[in-house]
Design a protein around this ligand. Structure first.
Ligand code: ATP
Ligand code: MG
Length: 225
């Protein structure tokens, strides 16, 4: 049984994005974005190309500084932290474009993702990821020999190795065929009922319709619903 102290609070707010604005150079892209996501909840960010969805995730993961506003995780301010601090808090980000080391094997990529843990713990966590994602058969393969769907699974595994409390996943189904879409949806279905886990997913494909609890639409960098 998974122990979850959050269960003691019925609506435990995992992340609270408060009135954030941000942009690139002098160009403002996000304007006064506010929303909360509670543990046990999956929120879908929707909106057209260039509306600012990926930018929201980058701000949460401290890849882009805020111009205004603040972000709280479990009631503590996190917008001044860096990504490695955020991983330790249980926040993982899986970017829109696959991020893995092309010249290293699947296992080596997982080892690098898990290098903050002791050797034994890292081995256990990698085994868990293999079980969860069915990646073991690919462990010696290098990403340049993997299909797009397999690379996506590896990127997912590099996040899941941290047993996250908050997953930020940018377009999990982009470039994925029906088989791998079903596989990724099955993994989501196996984790979405975890009361300790919150997810923010950006996705254009309708196939995610059964996994989110709430939808937030962004247009021109503002929430419109
Ligand atoms: N690194 C960057 N430098 C400058 N402008 C950027 C950068 N990244 C994104 N932008 C701009 O910020 C705006 C929002 O981009 P963002 O990537 O957040 O959109 P998106 O909603 O994720 O779109 P898509 O659905 O196409 O992925 C766009 O106008 C984009 O051109
Ligand atoms: Mg995007």
């Amino acid at each position: 049984m998974v122990f979850c102290y959050h269960l003691t609070t019925k609506f435990f707010v995992s992340i609270n994005i408060k009135n954030i604005s941000a942009g690139y150079g002098k160009k403002m892209v996000l304007s006064q974005i506010s929303f909360e996501v509670s543990s046990g909840e999956t929120v879908l960010l929707t909106g057209g190309n260039g509306s600012g969805k990926s930018t929201v995730l980058k701000c949460i993961y401290s890849l882009l500084p805020l111009w205004n506003g603040e972000i709280l995780f479990e009631n503590k301010r996190i917008d001044t932290l860096n990504p490695s601090d955020l991983i330790r808090l249980g926040i993982v980000y899986i970017p829109q474009k696959n991020f893995n080391f092309e010249n290293l094997s699947v296992e080596e990529n997982l080892k690098i993702a898990g290098n903050i843990y002791s050797k034994n713990e890292r081995c256990d966590r990698i085994e868990d990821v293999y079980q969860q994602l069915g990646l073991k058969a690919l462990k010696k393969r290098k990403p340049f020999n993997l299909s797009g769907g397999e690379k996506k699974l590896l990127a997912f595994g590099m996040g899941l190795i941290h047993k996250p409390k908050l997953i930020l996943f940018d377009e999990p189904l982009a470039g994925i065929d029906n088989n791998n879409t079903d596989k990724i949806l099955a993994i989501f279905n196996s984790i979405i009922n975890d009361p300790c886990l919150a997810m923010i997913i950006v996705e254009h494909k309708d196939a995610v319709r059964d996994i989110f609890n709430r939808k937030i639409k962004i247009e021109l960098g503002r929430i419109v619903n």
